[in-house]
Design a protein around this ligand. Structure first.
Ligand code: SAM
Length: 432
């Protein structure tokens, strides 16, 4: 039986329906962009172009001449992170190739009550579009060169760009079957989440694989995949930290001591000491990560659980930590931070490096929104916008906070404990 159209409903026009059909194809097939991107990385195309001196034919980059991958196949690899070196002459500076194809259309703010349309996932990579054959100034066809993104994907060398370790492990982890399978269970997971009486389910990742990402259970279940995820995590977390130290030097200047909560292998902490040799730094991480190590030049290592206690210091740094957790757990962690630092007057503060959703519309905002969904799929965490951060710091009992600087999709915050003034009650910046 045909569905009836209520008199108040206005049916879409033919043109709208034709566009809707194209939208349906796009939304159904965006995964191809991600998988094409993965394919380009697995073929080692950025590395090969780099080895060839920065410009190469795609066939050569993807495995040499015959019998390398057939050109028609390569042409259809979506999201290859390279661009054409089209008509490079001194008079005409190199033009960008067409790999960054159609820009996502601006979407109007949805009417009240209507769900916003999430930006197209592939747009976050800013890479979609087909390779087009062009000739360079020597008449060679299909010559490609590295884009800024492919600089991050060159393997086998020291970081190509200051403080940006190779991001191949990040891309391979994010596009792995583990993450894709977890996302495929989202509808089932939402049903469980919404069930009124049932306990909240674990993350979709844990539901799908029976182990929690970045936790002991994953190492026990599948050590090889656990190692892959941890490698991706380290590359992700360390990328761009030198920029933070340069651009936000005031956050660290004058500090006497700092504890890095969930400090991992201490790479970021060692970079702090290198840039600010006067700071006595401590890395806190789980016993299985710290092992027997207790000191490494100016950095001390303490095994422990930050939910239980954090080694005291003038500042505690939580770099890319809180987005792994829901608000309840964040409040517990921040409570331990407050115990670990002195009053604001004595320079006590918590330094937070994390995403603050709210970039202007475009690739940065799309990346932030996709990272929000990704955290929901793989952990129990989320990304937060500025309002969420304000509410969280308030709930955790901090007197005030400020965003020191936004750097790309991330932001650097300082949160201050209550200021205790003589003969006064506590001052709370959130209430004044
Ligand atoms: C995403 S964090 C690393 C981020 C790190 N702050 C950075 O920016 O490089 C991952 C680390 O958190 C550690 N970790 C997880 N739970 C922890 C806890 N309860 N207490 C301390 N460390 C923890 C893990 O062992 C892992 O090394």
């Amino acid at each position: 039986m045909a569905a009836r159209v209520a008199p108040s409903m206005v049916a879409p026009t033919d043109d709208e329906l034709l566009l809707a059909q194209a939208d349906l194809w796009r939304h159904s097939l965006y995964y191809v962009t991600s998988k094409g991107f993965q394919c380009a990385i697995k073929l080692g195309i950025p590395t090969a172009i780099h080895r060839a001196g920065g410009a190469s034919s795609l066939r050569a980059a993807a495995g040499g001449g015959p019998p390398g991958p057939p050109q028609p196949l390569l042409r259809h690899v979506q999201g290859v992170p390279v661009r054409h070196q089209a008509r490079h002459t001194h008079r005409h500076p190199p033009r960008r190739g067409r790999l960054v194809a159609s820009r996502p259309r601006r979407r109007a703010v949805p009417p009240a009550g209507q769900a916003p349309v999430l930006p197209p996932p592939h747009a976050a990579a800013g890479l979609h579009g087909r390779l087009r054959h062009r000739r360079d100034h020597r008449g060679r066809r299909g010559v490609f060169r590295l884009t800024p993104l492919s600089w991050l994907l060159v393997e086998g060398a020291a970081p190509m760009v200051d403080s940006h370790p190779c991001q191949v492990p990040v891309a391979l982890a994010a596009t792995s079957r583990h993450c894709v399978e977890a996302a495929m269970g989202l509808a089932e997971w939402f049903r469980k989440e919404a069930a009124p009486s049932a306990p909240a389910p674990p993350s979709p990742f844990e539901e799908a694989h029976g182990a929690a990402l970045f936790e002991e259970s994953m190492a026990e279940l599948d050590p090889e995949s656990d190692a892959m995820f941890n490698e991706g995590l380290a590359a992700h977390d360390h990328s761009g930290f030198a920029t933070v130290l340069r651009e936000c030097s005031g956050v660290f200047q004058g500090l006497q001591s700092l504890t890095a909560g969930r400090g991992g292998d201490g790479t970021a902490t060692r970079a702090i000491v290198e840039a600010f040799p006067g700071i006595k730094c401590t890395v806190l991480d789980l016993p299985r990560v710290i092992g027997e190590k207790r000191a490494d030049g100016a950095v001390s290592y303490v095994p422990g659980d930050m939910f239980l206690s954090i080694p005291p210091a003038q500042a505690v740094m939580l770099k890319l930590v809180l987005h792994h957790y829901n608000d309840e757990d964040c409040v517990k962690i921040l409570a331990q931070c407050k115990k670990a630092v002195p009053s604001r007057e004595a320079g006590g503060k918590v330094i937070i490096v994390d995403i603050a959703i709210g970039a202007p519309a475009g690739p940065l905002l799309e990346a932030q929104l996709l990272m929000d969904v990704a955290m929901m799929v793989v952990t129990k965490g989320r990304q937060r916008d500025e309002d969420d951060w304000r509410v969280l710091f308030g709930k955790a009992g901090f007197s005030d906070y400020k965003i020191v600087k936004k750097l790309g999709a991330r932001a650097v915050f300082e949160a201050y404990p209550y200021q205790v003034l003589p003969n006064t009650t506590l001052i709370c910046g959130f209430c004044l």
